[in-house]
Structures are given as C-alpha cells and as structure tokens.
Design a protein around this ligand. Structure first.
Ligand code: UDP
Length: 324
C-alpha cells in the first residue's frame, strides 16, 4: 500500500512512519519542518512541502500515486492556540482543505485524520466515548472539530472515506530509541518529568494541586505512540470495507494523576523528579479518560502498552540520549 504521510517528521508521525515501513508499506512523508525533525524521517521518501502552499503540496502528489493519506500536520498547543487563533485555523483547517482538494484532484479517496480529545471540552462523564458532547474550549480543539465536520460533508459530496482518531495523551517512544519525543519548547508532562530527573531540563512545575481528584492533580489517559500507530494502520484497512466518515477515541481507559506520573518517572529513572507546585494551567480539565471500546470492537485495536511504567521506560531510554 502506498501512503502519503503528512506531518511524518513530527512525534507521532515519525512513529507512524517507522511502523508502516516495518510492515511493508511504501511511504512518502510530507512535512514543512516547522516543528518536525528531518532526522526523524529515517525511512521512506521525504518531500518538504507546506499545506498552505498549494504549489509545494502539488509537488508531493505530482508523479506519484497514493492509496491513502494519513494527516498529522497541525499546530497542537492549547495555550498557543488561544493566543494565536488565526494561525491555528489557517494551519489546521485551511491547510486540511488544501490537502482534501489535492486528494480530490488526484483521485485519493481515503484519509486517516489526527484528531484529539480536545474536541470534547470539559468532560461530563468519567469515560469519554464517541457520543460525549463535543464542545471544545480552545481554538486547537475547535479547529480539529471543524475538520471532522468537513470530513462528514466530504463523505456526502465526494465519497471521501475517512477516519478521525481522537488521541488522549500520546506518550513513550520507539523501543529502539531511534526516534522519540522532541518538542521546542517542551510542554508535555512525561518529557518534562524525565528531563527534570535526568538534569537535562529544569525542575518540573506541577500545574495545580487543588483539583477535585484523589490527590488534587490532573488525571490523564496516557497511550503509547506505537499503539496509536497500530490503530492508524487498522484504520486504513477499515476504510477498505467501510464508506463514510468515522471517528474513534484512542486511549488506555485508565487515568493517572500528575503525582502518579512523577512517581512512575522516578521509579523508571531510579532518581527523584525535582518538582514544585505551581498554579493551574489555563484550559486544563481535571480528568480526561477515554473509552476506546469502539476502536477495540470495530478496528480490533489492542494496545500493547497497558502499564504506565512501561510507557515511561521507552520515553526514558530516548531522553537519556536524544538524537535530535
Ligand atoms: N503538566 C504539569 N507540568 C508540566 C506539564 C504538564 O503539571 O510541565 C500537567 C498538565 O497541567 C496536565 C497534565 O500534566 O494536567 C498533562 O499535560 P500535558 O501537557 O502532558 O498534556 P495535555 O493533557 O495538556 O494534552
């Protein structure tokens, strides 16, 4: 199968790339390298192009044929999206429209789209399933939900088959440590905790210890990047037999508090994570935990990494000696 992987130089995209190539897929990566790393594209073919530049986008399609597109290109920081909403709507919505138009021109009719738990906004139930109300509370989540709506319209109008996969907290790294998580600046909990433990980053700030949760810190559902990659590959197969626009949630179904993550990171690193308590971060709901029953039942998805320590262990190996 020939796949165009948009955003394949990023954290989740590069793990997707490795996963697909190791399973015999032929992959072309498209990335503008705004936040991704050229060093992460260690497999397949690379085209530097920007979804907001139609000429460069066309260059990725010209002379190639694709069975499907997997689309990770996006700006993805909640706080930044609140400060710079135009950038978020331009990149995430207008950029995706350009991609959809290029797919239509070139007769590519299957898309796996990287969506997010942020489409739900504040949770109204313990386990967030696909029926949970969608009420995003920031431009990032709103931009992803807009694309989900566009995909439903595209199914009706143009017969596009699509699968939006809504990730909860992507975490971990390839067990071989050849690729991993490297954001600039790093805002995510697990990398920040490990870098604090290793002394390669500042002490961790715990954003909020007065939430209505058992230990007062926020609870999240951490899911390994390779398990996300597995779901995308299964989504490609699902679209062979299913028309229309679909959306599935992807998480482990188990919540861990910030304090539990700190304890696990200390166990894995064999040394304490230096941290201090800090005020709440704007826009953080107290608890976000997925119900992934639908992905399990319909895709046959079965995450391999169910232990938080095992997920953090793969991240730790990367952060001990990051290649980029
Ligand atoms: N968090 C924290 N310190 C950090 C980074 C994150 O306390 O340096 C908290 C954050 O407030 C949230 C949880 O850890 O409650 C997970 O945050 P992350 O940014 O990793 O993912 P998000 O849930 O925002 O997608």
């Amino acid at each position: 199968m020939k796949t165009l992987l948009c955003g394949g130089a990023g954290y989740i995209g590069s793990h997707m790339l490795k996963w697909l190539v190791e399973r015999g897929h032929s992959v072309t990566v498209l990335d503008n390298l705004s936040t991704g790393h050229r060093e992460a594209v260690q497999w397949g073919e690379f085209v530097q192009a920007d979804l907001l530049d139609p000429a460069s986008l066309e260059s990725a399609f010209a002379g190639r044929s694709f069975d499907a597109v997997i689309h990770f290109c996006a700006r993805s920081l909640v706080g930044e999206s609140v400060a710079q909403p135009y950038d978020y709507y331009a990149n995430n919505v207008a950029g995706t429209l350009n991609l959809l138009e290029a797919m239509k021109r070139h007769g590519v009719s299957k898309l796996v789209f990287s969506s997010t738990a942020a489409v739900f906004g504040h949770p109204v139930q313990d386990f967030i399933d696909e029926e949970h109300p969608k009420a995003p509370i920031n431009p990032y989540g709103a931009s992803k939900l807009m694309v989900e709506r566009i995909l439903a319209d595209a199914a009706q109008a143009h017969g596009l088959r699509s699968m939006a996969l809504r990730y909860f907290n992507a975490a971990g790294a390839s067990p071989e440590s050849d690729i991993g998580e490297s954001h600039q600046p790093e805002t995510h909990l697990i990398p920040n905790a490990l870098r604090a433990a290793l002394g390669t980053g500042p002490g961790l700030k715990v954003f909020g210890s007065d939430y209505p949760t058992p230990d007062g810190t926020c609870v999240r559902d951490y899911v390994h990047v390779d398990d996300l990659a597995q779901a995308h590959e299964q989504a490609l197969a699902y679209m062979d037999t299913h028309e229309g626009a679909h959306a599935f949630n992807l998480g482990n179904g188990q919540g861990f508090s910030v304090r539990e993550v700190i304890d696990a990171a200390s166990r894995v690193a064999g040394r304490p994570v230096p941290y201090e308590l800090a005020p709440r971060r704007a826009g953080d709901p107290p608890v976000l935990v997925a119900s992934s029953q639908r992905a399990r039942a319909e895709l046959g998805w079965s995450p391999r990494y169910t232990s938080l320590d095992d997920i953090i262990e793969t991240a730790y190996r990367w952060h001990r000696n990051p290649r980029y």
